[in-house]
Design a protein around this ligand. Structure first.
Ligand SMILES: Nc1nc2c(c(=O)[nH]1)N[C@H]1C(S)=C(S)[C@@H](COP(=O)(O)O)O[C@H]1N2
Ligand SMILES: [Mo]
Length: 263
């Protein structure tokens, strides 16, 4: 007999069928996602490497992401932004000594003969003695010094503002270049700094710590204190200063750390 309303009803799935179907879906998803990840990874591996030597040799797309981050923070922390400062009483009495690359066991170094070399041209340099630097207006800062290795300490430094130093020695035009490079006298430790951080009002060439001449291990006779950057950029015992439009070599960036290393 004809049953007009009879629908074709699918037999309900058995347990095994349900399990099979679920497995099928999850395996499908696994391969789709996994394949995507492998393809993405391969894309990254096949992507060109950035200029070796200057930066850590990261793949270009990763560096593009880092550079975007850098741009964001640069706009965010302009020179109107200053890092937090503290009263002198808050400063550590025993100041931590971190690494000593380029400043330890150097028999060729004699603090008495030290002069800061500023490269003003291909074959020209200025040679500036510590007394000339100490004669400039002094600035002091008490701030929280941060090392990428995970420690921080409130420290008190004194010296000349880098921007004051640059204008006193008529280096403003040179300092308009995109970067400043700093090296220890033996060239073993070196950093690159972009113009905005160089000219930042809290960046100083320091010759005092807690009101006393800085010690050899902290970078005597002159070191950089750049509170808008991590410790790695705060070069101890400055020997040579130079200016360029392309990125100068940077010790830790060559090891894969972020070139900008801003806070
Ligand atoms: N010449 C030189 N400067 C340097 C370093 C170094 O190894 N050699 N280490 C940097 C790092 S990683 C940090 S955290 C600070 C530490 O400075 P401090 O030893 O005075 O605490 O110095 C920076 N400047
Ligand atoms: Mo550091």
């Amino acid at each position: 007999m004809e049953q007009p309303n009879k629908k074709k009803v699918k037999a309900p799935l058995t347990i095994e069928q349900k399990i099979k179907r679920r497995n099928f879906i999850s395996f499908g998803a696994f391969f789709a996602l996994g394949g995507g990840a492998v393809a993405g990874w391969k894309w990254l591996l096949d992507a060109p490497e950035e200029t070796a030597g200057i930066t850590g040799g990261a793949r270009a797309p990763l560096r593009r992401a880092l550079n975007k981050t850098e741009l964001f923070f640069r706009n965010f922390f302009s020179n109107n932004h200053t890092v937090k400062t503290y009263p002198k009483e808050r400063a550590a009495k025993t100041v931590r000594v971190n690494s000593l690359i380029g400043i330890e066991d150097d028999e060729d170094f004699n603090e008495k003969n030290w002069k800061l070399e500023v490269k003003t041209g291909v074959l020209q340099s200025l040679h500036i003695g510590i007394e000339e630097i100490k004669a400039l207006p002094k600035t002091e800062i008490v701030f929280d010094f941060k090392c990428v290795e995970g420690w921080d300490q409130i420290q008190h430094w004194g010296g000349v503002k880098l921007s004051d130093f640059l204008s006193h020695f008529k280096l403003e035009t040179l300092a308009e270049k995109n970067y400043m490079g700093l090296k220890t006298p033996n060239g073993e430790y070196y950093v690159g700094l972009e113009r905005d951080s160089v000219l930042h009002p809290q960046t100083i060439l320091a010759y005092e710590m807690n009101g006393q001449p800085i010690t050899i291990n902290h970078g005597a006779p002159l070191r950089l204190i750049i509170p808008v950057k991590y410790g790695i950029k705060n070069l101890k015992r400055i020997g040579v200063m130079s200016f360029s439009n392309s990125r100068p070599r940077d010790y830790w960036a060559e090891q894969g750390y972020d070139y900008y290393s801003g806070l």
